[in-house]
Design a protein around this ligand. Sequence first.
Ligand SMILES: *[C@@H]1O[C@H](CO)[C@@H](O)[C@H](O)[C@H]1NC(C)=O
Length: 300
Amino acid sequence: MSSNSLNAVLVFLILSGNRVGLAVLNAPRNVRLTSMNMNLVLRWDSPEDNTSGILYTTEYKTSVAMYHVGCVNISTLECDFSSLNIPLSLYGRYTGRVCARRGMDISPWVESNNITMDNDSIIGSPNVVLFSNGATIEIAIKDPAFAVSELRDVYSSATYNITYWKDGQNEKAISIINVLQNRVVLNKLDPWTKYCVKVQINAEGNSKVSKPSSTVCESTTTETKSQWVPAVVTFFIMTLTATLVGIAVVYRKMISHLLCPQDALPSPLLATSNSSHDWDMQISPNPEEMYNSVRVIAVQ
Ligand SMILES: *[C@@H]1O[C@H](CO)[C@@H](O)[C@H](O)[C@H]1NC(C)=O
C-alpha cells in the first residue's frame, strides 16, 4: 500500500469516526512556534468557528528529548513556554504541539515548526534617547529586555547600526555600522539643526537584524555652548564664598561686637549668668584657631 492510499484510509477513518460517534474534534490550525526577545510562544488558530468550550493543551520538546507538558486546559490561542518556569536552553532547538478538547471530544496533536532560540528569536527594537549639547548629539542605546537571559549574554558580539540624517533629508542618511558602545556622540553637526536617529542591533549568531528602534529626533544648538560657562560660574561662586569666609574669620570679633553690642557693655546681670559666660568664651579671640583658619583659606 502506498503512503498516499494509507493517508486516504486514515483520513476516511477520522472523518467517518465522527459519524459513528467517536469523539473527534478538528485539530487546531496554523500552529506556529515563535520567539521574540528570547521568549518561546506557541500560537494557533481555533479548529472551528464556534470556539465556545474549547480548551487547549500544549507540549514542547527539544530535538534530543521527549515532549513535556506546557499549558494545560487553556482557552487562549497561545502558550508562552518561557513564562512557565521551564529551564529553556538558549541554544536549544524547540518544537511545540497543541491539541484541542471540548468536553470528551479530543483533537489530534498538531506539531509546530521548530526553532533554535538564539538563531531564530526576533530581536526587538532597542530604546534610543538623544541628548543635544551644542553642535553635538549624544545617543544612548538600551537593549531590549529578554525573557530568558540578556542580549549581551546570548550575543556577546552584538553591535549597533546607527543611522542619522537631517530632519527631512532621509535620502542623505549616514550609517555607522558595527558600533560596540551603547553611548555614541555625533560630532561636527550643523548648529541649530534637527537630526533624526534610528538604531538596529546586529547580533552575530542571529539570522536577522533586530527590529529598528523608533526614530527619535533632537535639535543641535549653537557651537559656542560648552563646558566653560558653568565652570566660570562655579569658580566665581567658590571664590566669592572663600573671600566671604576669610573676611568673616579675620573680622570675627568685630562682626560679633557689631551684631551683639550688649556683650561689650558691662552688665552685672550678664556677668553673673552662666550662658553669657559661655558666649563670652566663644567669641573671645583664640589666636591659634584664628591662625589656622586664615592659613586654610590662604591655601584654598
Ligand atoms: C483538563 O481538562 C480535562 C477534561 O476536562 C480534565 O480531565 C483534566 O484533569 C484537566 N487537567 C488539568 C490539569 O486541569
